[in-house]
Design a binder for this molecule. Structure first.
Ligand SMILES: [Zn+2]
Length: 120
């Protein structure tokens, strides 16, 4: 990771468990422990009967998670703009929220199956 010029992007860390919130331009990231998550498999590879080729479903990329310094649970991070948005975001917030809800549900299920990540 380069540590000279930071972009104008800010990152907001937010823990939904204890409401811990931290906004950083990236410099504070070293203080936070990232929780490594492997991508979610998109499904079992299957054979296409027409082409005879194996179709491997794309894996779902998981959002980066960091360990909350207050309660130790995983917290999400999102990029925010450091300046007031001059133009509309590409996606309405409600759609992003919906997607986050769906992802959260998937991740919660996976955590139930695979258990919590073990630090150190
Ligand atoms: Zn927390």
């Amino acid at each position: 990771m380069s540590n000279n010029k930071y972009s104008k992007k800010l990152y907001q860390f937010y823990c939904e468990i204890c409401n811990f919130k931290k906004i950083t331009d990236g410099r504070g990231e070293q203080d936070l422990v990232e929780i490594k998550k492997s991508p979610i498999p998109g499904g079992v590879p299957r054979l296409d009967s027409e082409t005879g080729k194996t179709i491997v479903p794309k894996s779902i990329k998981r959002p980066r998670m960091f360990r909350c310094p207050k309660c130790g649970r995983g917290m999400s991070v999102r990029k925010i703009s450091s300046t007031a948005p001059a133009r509309m975001e590409e996606e309405p917030e409600s759609i992003i929220d919906q997607q986050e809800q769906v992802l959260k549900r998937i991740i919660d299920r996976l955590d139930d199956v695979y258990g919590e990540d073990n630090p150190s």
